[in-house]
Structure formats: C-alpha cells, structure tokens
Design a protein around this ligand. Structure first.
Ligand SMILES: O=C(O)CCC(=O)C(=O)O
Ligand SMILES: [Fe+2]
Length: 271
C-alpha cells in the first residue's frame, strides 16, 4: 500500500490485456495499482513535490526492473545550443525511451502513469495531454547529472510534472545516488532512490542526480502539453541561435562570440 498522508482519491489500473507470456502471467497476478492522486496533488501544491514510498508494490517494481534492465540503452544526450550532444561531464547515464515497448510491466506502468496524469490534471489544473517515458541507468561509479530543470521556469513550458519511479532493490545508504531537489518553498531535499519509491515534482524545479556507488535504475515519466512543448523547443532553439555571431560581410560564418576574433583574422571577405 502506498505510504502517504491522508487518502481521498484512489486510482485503480488493471494490467492491460496482451498475449500470454511468463512475465504477463506474473503481471496478471499483481494487484491493481493504487495511488492517492489527491494527496500527491496536495503535497505538490504545498512544496512543489511529493515522495510516495511503497508506491506501486514490490511485485510491480521487480517485474518492471527486470523489463527495464533488458531494454537496450544509449548514452544520454543534453541540449547544447541548437543541438543535442553527449556530455558525460554533465550527465553520464544511459537511457531508453519506452513509448513503443510491449513488455507487460512497462505497459502496466504506462497505464498507471497515464491514470495519474489525468487525475493530477484535474487536481492541479495542469492542462497536460500526454506522457513520455524514459528509463535511465547510472552505472556504479557514475557521477550523475548536474543541476538542471526538465522544463523552462516561464511559459512556454511543456513539461508540467516529472514522476520518477526508482527500481533499486539493492539500494542502501552508502550507495548514495540521491536526487537533490530545490523545492518551491526554498528548501533543498535529498531523495534516496529507494526501490518502489515514486517522486513527483514540478518539472521547472531545479534538481540534480548525485554520484552513485551502485547501478542506479529509474523510470521517468513526464506529464506534458504537446503544443507548449513544441513552442518551448522552438523558443529554446531561437534563443540559442540569437546567441551566435553572424559575419556581417556575408561570408556565411555563424558561430559563438568567443570565435569572433579568430574569424576576423580568417574571414575570406576581408580584403
Ligand atoms: O533519476 C533521477 O533521480 C533524476 C533524473 C533526471 O533529472 C532526468 O533524467 O532529467
Ligand atoms: Fe531532470
């Protein structure tokens, strides 16, 4: 049973129907997922975040953990100006997006998060219309993910909430790998990536992942508004382009201001 303050609303998601398999048989045996959306919403309104322990049940965590471990992953990328690049100094996890995965525990998790999204939409007036799903592993010894936001603090701001479900049955206090979160009251909170723990927070809040001593697995869901996310990306790219220097002589050079001096020496349009 999920551990949170009072319970006023319940959300029940049954496992989706799919072709028989060993994993599915186990998923069918799992009890329906129960989350208290009203209590989660209340906590988010007060502090910007909410931590739910024993959120979706040990069986769900075990099956989902196995399914996520089996998915092929690639080093994560980060937005840099107009591009997405690998920068292991800023984040050194490997990720997979799970939109199309047919693994029953992943489908079940997507259904649970979709249900939570609908309820939180009502409770918090979020105006989201979609979820995206990503699993991420930081290997033992990884340095983490530097302080960042998952969405812009001002509009357009597509991602409204980040919901991270941790899949670390072997986590212990010395393993580290906490999520550090700057909440909406000015407080800083360390969230340990405990197994079957769900943390939900406003995506515009700053957060970072601290270095971990053991493999650290999580499944992140973003609740977002499609149109606003598109507008946010366009704005981000336009802002990044405005930060670039363009040669006025029309030689076609466009680059960072730091390279202007070098360009002036080399410009083919300088007589
Ligand atoms: O895994 C976590 O605790 C946070 C990950 C994160 O901040 C991200 O992927 O954007
Ligand atoms: Fe993040």
């Amino acid at each position: 049973m999920a551990q949170l303050v009072e319970r006023t609303a319940r959300l029940e998601i049954s496992p989706p129907a799919a072709a028989p398999s060993v994993t599915e048989a186990a998923a069918e045996a799992a009890p329906p997922i129960t989350l208290d959306a009203a209590a989660i919403a209340q906590a988010i309104e007060a502090t910007g975040y909410c931590v739910v322990d024993d959120a979706l049940g040990a069986m769900h965590a075990e099956q989902l953990g196995a399914a996520c471990r089996a998915v092929p992953k690639a080093p994560a990328t980060i937005q840099e100006g107009t591009d997405r690049i690998n920068d292991s100094k800023r984040r050194d996890d490997s990720v997979a997006f799970l939109k199309d995965s047919k693994a029953p525990p992943i489908e079940r998790h997507r259904a649970a998060m979709e249900g939570l999204r609908l309820q939180l939409n009502n409770q918090l007036n979020l105006n989201t219309d979609a979820c995206s799903f990503m699993c991420a592993v930081y290997e033992a010894g990884a340095s983490g993910y530097v302080k960042h936001r998952d969405s812009a603090p001002t509009k357009p701001s597509g991602r409204k909430l980040t919901a991270i479900y941790y899949l670390n049955p072997n986590w212990h206090a010395n393993a580290k790998g906490e999520l550090r979160l700057w909440d909406s009251t000015g407080g800083v909170r360390l969230v340990e990536p405990r197994n079957d723990r769900l943390v939900v927070f406003r995506s515009s809040l700053e957060h970072e992942v601290l270095s971990t001593k053991i493999d650290r697995l999580a499944l992140t869901t973003w609740f977002f508004n499609r149109l606003e996310l598109g507008l946010e990306l366009i704005k981000e790219k336009r802002d990044a382009q405005q930060d670039l220097f363009e040669c006025e002589r029309g030689c076609g050079f466009r680059g960072p201001f730091a390279d202007v001096e070098k360009h002036e020496e080399a410009c083919k349009y300088v007589a």
